[in-house]
Design a binder for this molecule. Structure first.
Ligand SMILES: Nc1ncnc2c1ncn2[C@@H]1O[C@H](COP(=O)(O)OP(=O)(O)OP(=O)(O)O)[C@@H](O)[C@H]1O
Ligand SMILES: [Mg+2]
Length: 313
């Protein structure tokens, strides 16, 4: 909490202050001196109507974002691989560890890992309760740590035994997931989404619990791709074939491009990443307005949290 009460202003904007939870004190990364403090809260703004019978097994129940009448989503892809049939790949994490990005897999007992594990568990519970699958990680402006959060959250989720998490790099303009994990993408995400590349040639599995959709190249008409009906069809077929528990989408900055807005119909929830060193309260309010009435804002993650940044709020 800020000495001048400014942090409370932000909490008020996003829900009752009592619901906010903060984890992991601000700290300095061992990799280049960047701050790696992270705080977050998961507070569903509004529950989506429960669908189907509570006793229905999860596999048989489509996510709310899949309930679109008259869409082509019901058409199965008979050639699609199942989860265990996905081609396997490896992280080049050693390179990253020696490089710049602090990743939870290399900080087994540190505050970073604890913070992401807490976030992971709250997200899983909220998603299971509401039968949500498709979660966007978004931030107001570039450089807030969106990819950093998406990657670390995915790694944390992937440590849950027998779970299935997918991480899709949907920042088609400035992709960062492959680089952060030290991996080589198999091709442009656009070609996969638009049906030119089959799933087995694009999506890879790392271990038993994580699958990745990486992106190669930069696309200027990303927002058009994300609202293309072919993208809708590709993603619904992907979920039907692979049956992931959660699909995380690493998105481009909300206030700089219309990609997140374009993709809202596909989403069940949004996690907003705020940078303690640059994000302004009014930018968060603007993002919340963009989501209002369309997709629940699950919570705000305060990245690079440190006392000196609080004054900006
Ligand atoms: N909490 C943190 N601690 C240490 N390094 C961090 C932290 N958050 C982000 N970084 C580093 O800051 C840089 C920018 O982060 P990142 O790539 O996640 O930003 P982004 O919001 O995805 O940017 P863009 O919108 O341009 O894609 C990366 O090198 C990342 O590793
Ligand atoms: Mg990014």
């Amino acid at each position: 909490m800020g000495e001048d009460g400014k942090e409370d202003d932000m909490k008020d904007t996003f829900g009752p202050a009592g619901e906010a939870e903060y984890f992991a004190p601000a700290e300095t990364s061992q990799h280049g001196g960047r701050p790696s403090g992270m705080r977050h809260s998961i507070r569903p703004r509004r529950a989506l109507a429960r669908i189907a019978d509570a006793d229905t097994p999860r596999e048989d129940t489509p996510a709310p974002s899949d309930l679109v009448k008259g869409s082509r989503r019901s058409l199965p892809d008979t050639d699609a691989p199942r989860w265990q049939e996905l081609p396997e790949d490896d992280f080049g994490l050693r390179k990253q560890y020696e490089g710049h990005a602090p990743l939870v897999d290399f900080h087994r007992d540190g505050p970073l890992r604890r913070a992401f594990d807490l976030l992971r568990t709250r997200l899983r519970h909220t998603a299971q309760e509401n039968r949500w699958t498709n979660i966007a990680i978004a931030s107001p402006t570039s450089g807030c740590g969106n990819t950093f959060t998406a990657v670390n959250l995915a790694l944390s989720l992937a440590r849950v035994p027998s779970s299935r998490t997918m991480l899709m790099d949907f920042n088609l303009r400035n992709s960062g997931v492959a680089d952060m994990l030290g991996m080589t993408p198999r091709g442009p995400m656009r070609d996969y989404l638009r049906g030119k590349t089959p799933m087995r040639d694009h999506i890879v599995r790392v271990g038993d619990t994580l699958a990745l959709g990486l992106n190669e190249g930069a696309e200027t008409d990303a927002a058009e791709t994300l609202q293309d009906p072919d993208t809708d069809l590709t993603l619904s077929r992907m979920r039907a074939a692979l049956r992931p528990e959660l699909v995380l989408y690493d998105m481009p900055p909300m206030l700089e491009h219309d990609d997140v807005s374009a993709f809202l119909p596909q989403l069940d929830g949004v996690l907003l990443v705020s940078d303690g060193t640059q994000t302004m309260a009014r930018q968060l309010v603007e993002c919340e307005r963009m989501l209002d009435g369309q997709v629940p804002l699950l919570g705000v993650i305060l990245n690079r949290a440190r006392a000196s940044s609080i004054a900006k709020y």
